[in-house]
Design a protein around this ligand. Structure first.
Ligand code: AMP
Length: 307
């Protein structure tokens, strides 16, 4: 229902409240911020930008789970997140590498939250995140993909409540859970424990696997773009993810990679590998400005950060 930045009024806020069961950990906090800003700045318009909106063109097979259809109909879908970041990257790519604007591009947003997105012609085709921001790649403290049977085991055999499982999956898993040390990649890179090394191994393995999955969803890959705190800054993680991807035309130039250059692949590599800093706030600011210009008709407000 929310595929565009939307001017907030009482009706939209009530509608967003109704959606709270789909994101009980996030929606109440976002709405609290909206209410606090309304209270502090009465009469100042507010525009809501949705981190899921960029993924709304997904084909049905990338939008559903293999569950009874009634659940899809009531909203149990693969929404995908980090959409504001992917929107920024696809706009920046069109400006900085126009020959790739219509290409098959895999973007890896690797930070405390981590996901990948398959983009063709500037549009999202698939995302590693699903119904919640837990799915897909392992993250700082979030588990990433986990077999549903594990959750049944935790409930049945360990009598864990929904709240306890939520805490485990969102706050105690990922790099932190595997390393027993930290959710911060810099700390893990500097540590010399076998657990820290294994946490990095797992992160790298799942990222590499996901690049393959995204390339398969696109039917090929022309470019791989790294972004997010780890993607923009970690020479080591980029190098390790790419080191066994030569079969898909990926070949890093070590010196360019070491200095976080815009293009870090070799001249002759079939697939271009890039590093691009993301800027979700700029996408939000530009969407809000366009929405204001378009007046109060949300049909005319489009998220086009480079317009
Ligand atoms: P973000 O959530 O996008 O701000 O990214 C945060 C993550 O980026 C943390 O795991 C940081 O440790 C990681 N990060 C930031 N700078 C570096 C760096 N120079 N090397 C490795 N990881 C980094």
């Amino acid at each position: 229902e929310y595929t565009q930045p939307t001017l907030l009024d009482d009706a939209v806020i009530a509608e967003l409240e109704r959606l709270t069961p789909f994101a009980p950990l996030h929606q109440p906090h976002n709405l609290a911020g909206i209410r606090a800003a309304r209270h502090a700045f009465p009469g100042v318009p507010q525009v809501a930008c949705f981190d899921t909106a960029f993924h709304r063109h997904h084909p049905w097979v990338n939008d559903t789970f293999a569950l009874p259809r009634t659940l899809y109909d009531e909203g149990v879908r693969r929404y995908g997140f980090h959409g504001l970041s992917y929107d920024y990257i696809s706009g920046a790519l069109a400006q900085q590498a126009p020959h790739l604007a219509a290409a098959n591009v895999v973007v890896a947003h690797l930070g405390n939250g981590a996901s990948m997105c398959a983009i063709r012609n500037g549009k999202s085709v698939a995302s590693s995140m699903g119904f919640s921001a837990l799915d897909g790649l392992p993250m700082g403290t979030r588990c990433g993909q986990v077999a549903p049977g594990v959750l049944l085991y935790l409930m049945d055999q360990k009598a864990m409540s929904a709240a306890e499982i939520t805490e485990l999956l969102y706050k105690k898993s990922g790099l932190l859970g595997l390393s027993g040390l930290s959710n911060d990649m810099r700390t893990l890179e500097a540590a010399d424990t076998p657990e820290a090394a294994q946490a990095i191994d797992y992160f790298v393995f799942r990222c590499r696997r996901e690049v393959g999955a995204m390339a398969a969803a696109l039917g090929g890959i022309d470019a791989l773009v790294f972004t997010g705190g780890i993607g923009e800054n970690s020479r080591l993680i980029r190098e390790r993810i790419c080191e066994r991807l030569d079969w898909m035309g990926i070949e890093l130039d070590r010196q360019r990679n070491a200095r976080n250059a815009l293009v870090i692949s070799t001249e002759l590599a079939r697939t271009t590998v890039m590093v691009m800093p993301t800027d979700e706030e700029l996408v939000i600011a530009r969407a809000a400005r366009m929405n204001m210009r378009a007046g109060r008709d949300p049909q005319h407000a489009r998220c086009a950060p480079y317009a």
